[in-house]
Design a protein around this ligand. Structure first.
Ligand code: HEC
Ligand code: HEC
Length: 81
C-alpha cells in the first residue's frame, strides 16, 4: 500500500503552517504595556519578587489600583527596555 500525498493535503499543511506563523507574528500584549524603565534601579533587579519591594502598596512607587492583576509574573507583561 503506497502512501500517496495528495496535492490538497500538501496545500492544507502549508496553509496551517501559514496560520501558525501569522498568529505568532501578531503583536503580543507585552509590546504595549509600560516597559520596565532602563535605569539602574531596574537593571539590577533580576528576581520578580524584588519588584514588590518598591511596587507594593507600602513601596515608594505603589501599583495603581487599576493595575489589572495581582499576578506576580511581572516579566510576562512588562518587557525590558
Ligand atoms: C528600588 C525600587 C524599585 C524596584 C526594586 C523596582 N522598581 Fe519599578 N519603578 C520604581 C520607580 C521609583 C519607578 C518610577 C520612576 C522611574 O521611572 O524609575 C518605577 C517605574 C516602573 C515602571 C514604569 C511605570 C510607568 O509609568 O511607565 C514599570 C513597568 C516598573 N517600574 C516595573 C518594575 C518591575 C517589573 C520590577 C521588578 C523587575 C521593578 N519595577 C522593580 C522603583 C522600583
Ligand atoms: C497580566 C499582565 C501584567 C502583569 C502580570 C503585571 N502587570 Fe504591571 N501593568 C500591566 C498593564 C497592562 C499596565 C498598564 C495599564 C495600567 O496602568 O493599569 C501596567 C502598569 C504597571 C505599572 C505602571 C503604573 C503607572 O503608574 O503607570 C507598573 C509600575 C507595573 N505595572 C508594575 C508591575 C509589577 C511590579 C508587576 C509584578 C508584581 C506587574 N506590573 C505585573 C500589566 C501587567
Amino acid at each position: 500500500m503506497a502512501l500517496k500525498v495528495r496535492r490538497v493535503d500538501l496545500l492544507f499543511v502549508l496553509g496551517m503552517g501559514a496560520v501558525v506563523v501569522g498568529i505568532a507574528l501578531l503583536p503580543s500584549p507585552i509590546d504595549s504595556n509600560p516597559m520596565i524603565p532602563a535605569n539602574n534601579t531596574h537593571q539590577s533587579v533580576k528576581n520578580e519578587k524584588e519588584c514588590l519591594l518598591c511596587h507594593s502598596s507600602e513601596g515608594i512607587y505603589p501599583l495603581p489600583d487599576r493595575h489589572l492583576t495581582k499576578r506576580q509574573d511581572c516579566f510576562n507583561c512588562h518587557g525590558k527596555q
